[in-house]
Design a protein around this ligand. Structure first.
Ligand SMILES: NC(=O)C1=CN([C@@H]2O[C@H](COP(=O)(O)OP(=O)(O)OC[C@H]3O[C@@H](n4cnc5c(N)ncnc54)[C@H](O)[C@@H]3O)[C@@H](O)[C@H]2O)C=CC1
Ligand SMILES: O=C(CO)COP(=O)(O)O
Length: 355
């Protein structure tokens, strides 16, 4: 369906995206195939590039964006876009976890003046725990939106490199929410063509998978940087899945979520795919570079930001995360990657299980 057809049938959904980095822009591309879509960027060059050149060379070099995708630096424009025509609307957050508290606090203030029946649904796409308090994204959202309990909210996740999605290559995603309205609206916004969107009610499981797979991708990269071989990578992925599942179950997730797109699917993609920034961080650490030099260009690598927070949550829940602990010792305590691998192998033999 084209945007024009959607208008003609009176079934318009209005979509806005906050965060015009690589993933926010890629999700905006999916929505803009069908629906009036406006993306908010903090930088004026990004707005200009999207509006005039239908490109976002800073984050997605060499990729053409849909001509229907519009951009703005003004939050007022975003709110006018969402409120227009009283059409149902969806707001996608494409910022990193660190940007969630401030962004949501601003939204809570504005939406408190809106008619409750006209509020947009909100879906966030970030993957991680917040570094300061160890909260999952839905916990950040619940705190920031405490005065708006009726506002439908959820998370979109799954194995999805932004570059491939923006190029129109196939992708399967999961939207998780307790709200059937939000699940349906997100599916309406993004499903179609080469993009499939599945629904889930397991917000905790989907978020724990998205957060821990980034840490496992760093671990997998370290192994590859050390040239430990493909057996090591497969072992790491499998035991990483056990680690992710163990933490998820302790926090209230459903076990089958971890066999799905947002668990095993995203873990395999990120731990093996060359486009993963977390994996690239690990490879360079394994090759002997320092974390500071690797992150000097401001790259978003959520696994670095959230590994310690994941450990804090796990300890509070009485759960052991040996791979995450090893990654933290290498990233933050100066342990050499080889010593960390040796320490993992020195653990006592045990039955293969989640424990
Ligand atoms: N790039 C990808 O392939 C995918 C990324 N994600 C997740 O999406 C989230 C965003 O990642 P990317 O788009 O890749 O990052 P990015 O670095 O490409 O873009 C981040 C965007 O957020 C903005 N931003 C950064 N810090 C902010 C803050 N404190 N407040 C408000 N805005 C802020 C930046 O200006 C930029 O527009 C991350 O949590 C990442 O794990 C999820 C799926 C795929
Ligand atoms: O989440 C992603 C793919 O699903 C992107 O992974 P990186 O953040 O490691 O690039």
């Amino acid at each position: 369906m084209t945007g024009t057809t959607a208008h003609a049938t009176g079934t318009t959904l209005r979509v806005a995206v906050i965060g015009a980095g690589s993933w926010g822009t890629a999700l905006a591309c999916l929505a803009a195939r069908t629906w009036p879509t406006l993306i908010h960027a903090r930088r004026d060059d990004v707005v200009r590039n999207i509006r005039q050149d239908h490109a976002n060379p800073r984050y997605l070099p060499g990729i053409s964006l849909p001509t229907g995708l519009d951009a703005t630096q003004s939050f007022d424009d975003i709110f006018s876009h969402l409120a227009h025509d009283a059409a149902p609307s969806l707001l996608i957050l494409g910022v990193p976890v660190a940007g969630m508290p401030d962004t949501l606090a601003m939204l809570a203030q504005v939406f408190s003046d809106w008619d409750p029946d006209r509020l947009p649904g909100i879906v966030w796409s970030c993957k991680g725990f917040d570094a300061e308090h160890g909260r999952l994204p839905h916990e950040i959202a619940d705190a920031a939106l405490a005065t708006l309990p009726h506002l439908p909210r959820g998370v979109i996740s799954g194995p999805s490199f932004a570059k491939e999605v923006a190029q129109g290559l196939p992708v399967a995603l999961t939207v998780a929410s307790s709200s059937a309205t939000l699940r349906a609206r997100t599916t309406q916004a993004l499903h179609g063509g080469m993009a499939r969107v599945y629904g889930s009610e397991d917000v905790i499981g989907v978020e724990v998978g998205g957060a821990l797979k980034n840490v496992m991708a760093i671990a997998s990269g370290i192994g590859d940087g050390l040239e430990l071989g493909t057996n090591a990578r497969a072992a790491l992925i499998t035991r990483g899945l056990a680690e992710m599942t163990r933490l998820g179950l302790a926090l209230g997730a459903r076990p089958d979520t971890f066999a799905g797109l947002t668990g095993l699917g995203d873990l395999v993609l990120t731990a093996t795919g060359e486009l993963s920034r977390n994996r690239q961080v690990g490879i360079r650490i394994g090759q002997g570079q320092s974390l500071d030099s690797i992150l000097a260009d401001g790259m978003t690598a959520e696994g670095v930001r959230c590994a310690r927070a994941a450990l804090l949550r796990a300890r509070a829940a009485g759960v052991e995360l040996p791979i995450t602990e090893a990654v933290c010792r290498v990233l933050f305590d100066g342990e050499s990657p080889r010593d960390a691998v040796a320490a993992l192998f020195a653990r006592e033999a045990r039955t293969e299980s989640l424990n």
